[in-house]
Design a protein around this ligand. Sequence first.
Ligand code: SF4
Ligand code: SF4
Length: 135
Amino acid sequence: MSMLRSSLRNLFQRPVTTAYPNVQADLPQSNRGRVMWEMSKCIYCRRCERVCPTNAISTNKEAKSQTIVRNRCITCNACVEVCPTQTISMVADYSKPDLAPTVHIFSANLPDYNFRVEHLPRGSGSRRPDEVTND
Ligand code: SF4
Ligand code: SF4
């Protein structure tokens, strides 16, 4: 097909891209979304922390909290599978892009699935959550 024909055809077609992040992504059914905690079920056994291949999770039994550095999570589902109390689940959700790594802190003091948001300094995303939250 000639370039002219192709250009003319594309003029009258809908764009194949979306206005991300202003337009929410159309997530497929198979999308794992992101990890969420139902903290009222957590027994602080740390299995999720230990199984996580990217060190994205930090369990704090004293503070009754779970911390996840979102950009470290590769949605492998290992923490969901290992949790003995089904505290963790993958929820179809939409993550907005961010300039700095985002940390979500789930706590027994908050309603289930709710979390506090913190941002790490840029370039610190390779650190473990417990190293970061102790700053
Ligand atoms: S594996 Fe489940 S119960 Fe154990 S610390 Fe993690 S979330 Fe809590
Ligand atoms: S889904 Fe995988 S990478 Fe993400 S927090 Fe759970 S174990 Fe870690």
